[in-house]
Design a protein around this ligand. Sequence first.
Ligand code: ZN
Ligand code: ZN
Ligand code: ZN
Length: 137
Amino acid sequence: MPKDKVEVPCAFCRGTGRSRGAVCPVCRGAGTVSLSAPTRHCAYCRGSGLQQRGSALTCGVCGGVGWVTVEEDAVPCPPCGGTGVEPAVLGESQLPCLTCRGKGVISAERAKKLPPEKRRPRRRGRGYGSGEVTLEY
Ligand SMILES: [Zn+2]
Ligand SMILES: [Zn+2]
Ligand SMILES: [Zn+2]
C-alpha cells in the first residue's frame, strides 16, 4: 500500500479546476491531485501537464497532473540524462524514455544494474520540429 499521500496542484488547469470552459478532466475540478510521496515534477512535460508545448493533450507520463511519484532513492535517469525523453528517437517522435518511463529519474538501485551503454548520458537538446539538435559538452 502507498504510504504518504500528498496533494499536488494540477498542472493541466493550473490549479483552477477548469480547463477551456469545462471541468478539468485531470483533477475533475478539484484543482489538486493526490499522489503517493515522494513526488517531483514530470520530466517529460517539464511539469506542464501537456504532451507538448502548446498542445491540448495531456502528458502521457503524468496524465496531465505535471507531477509523478518517484522512488525514495531516485537519481537522474542515465540514458535520457533526466529529460524523460527516449534518446534513440530524440528530435523525432519524442517518446517517453523506456528506462524511466518519462519520469527522468529511476531508483539508484536500478541505475546500478543498467548495462554500461545505458549508463552514459547522451546530452542532446529536445529539438522541437527542427530535426536533430546535438549539444556537445
Ligand atoms: Zn486540473
Ligand atoms: Zn508529464
Ligand atoms: Zn530516462
